[in-house]
Design a binder for this molecule. Structure first.
Ligand SMILES: *Cc1c(COP(=O)(O)O)cnc(C)c1O
Length: 355
């Protein structure tokens, strides 16, 4: 039996309601890029039936949602880079971010078959995508003057909203509001961390991603403080138990040595499924409600666990790698990464089950 990711769509809808409650003045645009952070883009889009609009990273992701019958608004956060892509997006009524001159030039040079929603992206301090705030008026005027019918909006993105002590977040908000002060279009800047943070930056639309999947967006913290519910629980099971002797070395490289005679369990999951290869000995795994520790290196298909704290474990028992009862944040911290990466990296070998 392969590893299974159980996706709890009720928990997803609960987290969506939390985002909406925290942003009573705004509309909620769920971010479902990267297969909805690994949860399944189409399933998540259909489960969030209250949302009017979704955000994805690329045109291909938006086209996949259209191919699966989704007729709601979809915003492509990276926008498009060719005439063909632009025409395709407009035909499919897909909204686009415009973040560089080349994309404005495309809007000026192509005769579009219909109206299109355009979101002008400003760089307020993230220094990744977007126009300088000082260029906003000029870009806005240029977009307004094209012969195409563009519904203009404006957005920006926070770099460090997960750190409530970083003054950059407030500065970014100030720059954004200042630059767009005289412009009566819909505005958006808040990601999950900003929605959960101390600043009032709801504006017209908020764009939660990670919090919808039940992960606490702030640097230190777990979802329960915010009462978010984990959406994905990753399970596999014990396929063998061995009684090892003191001094036995476990797995590739023999990195971990038994300090006494002890039971070691083998669980059918590895980096071939998306379990992080860099998870060190000591990373927790849940068996029969008890935390046991990973020992030795993560292999492609298997991990080994110290069963001293769970002596009644049997072959066939279920093991939780993360999710309900074992926050994915804990595994991310142990493996020196972030929950975003763990969630979106499960491979096709894992069976997804929606409840
Ligand atoms: C990914 C993304 C989001 C969502 O961020 P979270 O931290 O997951 O809430 C919002 N806006 C933009 C532009 C993004 O790229």
């Amino acid at each position: 039996m392969p590893a299974r990711a159980i996706i709890n769509l009720q928990a997803l809808r609960y987290n969506y309601r939390r985002a909406a409650e925290l942003s009573p003045m705004a509309r909620v645009m769920p971010v479902i890029k990267a297969r909805a952070y690994g949860h399944g883009m189409t399933e998540v889009a259909y489960a969030l039936d209250q949302a009017e609009q979704f955000a994805v990273a690329t045109l291909d992701e938006a086209l996949l949602l259209r191919a699966n019958g989704l007729s709601k608004k979809i915003l492509v956060l990276q926008g498009v880079n060719s005439k063909e892509q632009l025409l395709r997006a407009v035909q499919e009524e897909i909204s686009l971010v415009v973040h560089q001159q080349h994309q404005v030039a495309l809007l000026e040079s192509v005769e579009l078959p219909g109206r299109v929603n355009i979101w002008i992206k400003l760089d307020t301090g993230m220094h990744r995508l977007g126009f300088k705030v000082s260029d906003f008026d000029a870009i806005y005027q240029r977009c307004n003057k094209t012969s195409n019918k563009l519904n203009l909006h404006v957005l920006s993105h926070f770099a460090n909203a997960d750190d409530p002590d970083d003054p950059l977040t407030n500065q970014q908000l100030d720059r954004f509001l200042q630059a767009t002060r005289d412009c009566k279009v819909e505005k958006s800047i808040a990601n999950s961390a900003a929605i959960c943070g101390p600043l009032d930056c709801q504006l017209d639309w908020v764009r939660p991603g990670i919090m919808l999947y039940g992960v606490h967006p702030m640097m230190a913290g777990t979802a329960s403080e915010l009462s978010l519910k984990p959406v994905m629980t990753l399970y596999s099971h014990l396929i063998a138990i061995h009684h090892r002797k003191r001094g036995d070395r476990i797995g590739y490289g023999g990195d971990w040595t038994c300090t006494e005679d002890m039971p070691v369990g083998i669980i059918s999951i590895g980096y071939g499924d998306g379990y992080p290869r860099h998870a060190p000995s000591g990373t927790p795994v849940l068996i029969k409600g008890k935390r046991v520790s990973l020992v030795g290196r993560v292999s492609m298909d298997m991990i080994c666990v110290d069963l001293r704290s769970c002596p009644d474990a049997k072959v066939g028992d279920e093991a939780t790698l993360w999710g309900e009862g074992l926050p994915v944040e804990d595994i991310a911290r142990a493996a020196s990464t972030i929950a975003y990466e763990l969630l979106c990296r499960l491979t096709g070998r894992v069976k997804f089950i929606y409840t």
